[in-house]
Design a protein around this ligand. Structure first.
Ligand code: CDM
Ligand code: ATP
Length: 279
């Protein structure tokens, strides 16, 4: 069996405060995009996870392996599986690639092993793997609160093209959160306005209200992320923003031709550029 494992961007990402457990209380709107990895499931008598990407581990330290173990633990199934991850989503990029692979694994095993898990049960398993993982069980457009695991599905957002540009550096999400002072955030995104804009399918308002407080950490540190963001807007994207903890920057466009034009223009500045769209 083959399943697509799609990436996400953060349309908004607000941090409300730092919790006692070290995590941050967030309020963010996540959007699934078409850019995807391919996950191949094959019958096997033990757990095997392989990925040929140089920065992604094979074997037991891969999030996918951990997802298989958790599904087995939660359901009592005694079976093996061989999983191959064909990577296209840039790694350590702010696009949730590993989280998506883990969620797709839970969904895939639920089908293959006929487990009858509900979305809520799959989200509960997913939340043990990472803050971003539960989102990918249902995908689409969702409001995420808590550390990212309290999810509310929103109306489907209107179709927008997305130009993604990933500078040649990997970023640790943990470090970015550690370097954020939640008491000194100057500008919080207007999440509620974004929700209304999505409900009304108001593209102009959606593009006006994107915002990510983690930009204050990553843009401050890396000039190439700053440059990519401003180039996207200069070249005519309706808006541009960093996704997650970065370093990927995205530009939103109403038309495919504009998105392609921007992607071509960014060519010399970034090795990994993709044109994709909202799911
Ligand atoms: C930046 C985002 O990708 C936005 O969607 C997420 O908030 C991060 O999600 P993620 O990568 O799945 O995060 P995890 O793997 O659970 O956590 C990585 C590290 O990020 C920090 N972390 C994560 C989520 C959160 N709400 N507060 C945090 O402080 C913690 O230090 C944690 O050790
Ligand atoms: N299946 C996987 N796919 C990608 N990375 C994985 C996987 N399993 C473990 N990892 C490790 O997780 C780290 C983060 O990779 P990932 O691509 O998920 O980051 P990200 O896009 O920044 O995630 P997020 O947006 O959730 O913070 C990488 O350094 C990688 O080695």
């Amino acid at each position: 069996m083959n399943l697509k494992s799609r990436a996400k961007i953060n349309l908004t990402l607000d941090v409300l405060y730092k919790r006692k457990d070290g995590y941050h209380e967030v309020k963010m709107i996540m959007q699934e995009i078409e850019l995807s990895d391919n996950i191949v499931f094959k019958e096997c008598n033990k757990i095997e996870v392989n990925c040929s990407h140089p920065f992604v581990p094979s074997g037991s330290s891969n999030l996918v392996y951990k997802a298989v173990e958790l599904v087995k633990e939660a359901t009592g199934v005694d079976a093996g599986i061989s999983i191959e991850i064909e990577k296209k989503i840039p790694v350590a990029a702010g696009l949730g690639g590993g989280s998506s692979n883990a969620a797709t694994t839970i969904i895939g095993l639920n089908k293959l092993w006929d487990l009858g898990l509900t979305d809520q049960e799959m989200e509960n398993i997913a939340s043990k793997l990472g803050a971003d993982v539960p989102f990918f069980v249902k995908g689409g457009t969702q409001l995420a609160t808590g550390i990212g695991e309290d999810l509310t599905k929103l109306t489907k957002a209107p179709k927008l093209w997305v130009v993604l540009a990933k500078p040649n550096l990997g970023i640790s999400t943990k470090e970015v959160y550690q370097n954020l002072d939640a008491n000194k955030i100057l500008c919080h995104p207007k999440t509620d306005r974004m929700i209304t804009a999505i409900e009304k399918k108001d593209i102009k308002e959606i593009c006006t209200n994107v915002g990510n407080v983690l930009e204050s950490v990553t843009l401050h540190r890396y000039s190439n992320v700053r440059i990519l963001k401003s180039k996207m807007s200069e070249m005519g994207a309706n808006s541009s923003l960093m996704s997650g903890s970065g370093p990927t920057v995205y530009g939103l466009c109403e038309g495919y031709d504009k998105a392609i034009q921007i992607a071509k223009g960014l060519g010399p500045l970034s090795e990994e550029i993709f044109v994709t769209k909202f799911v």
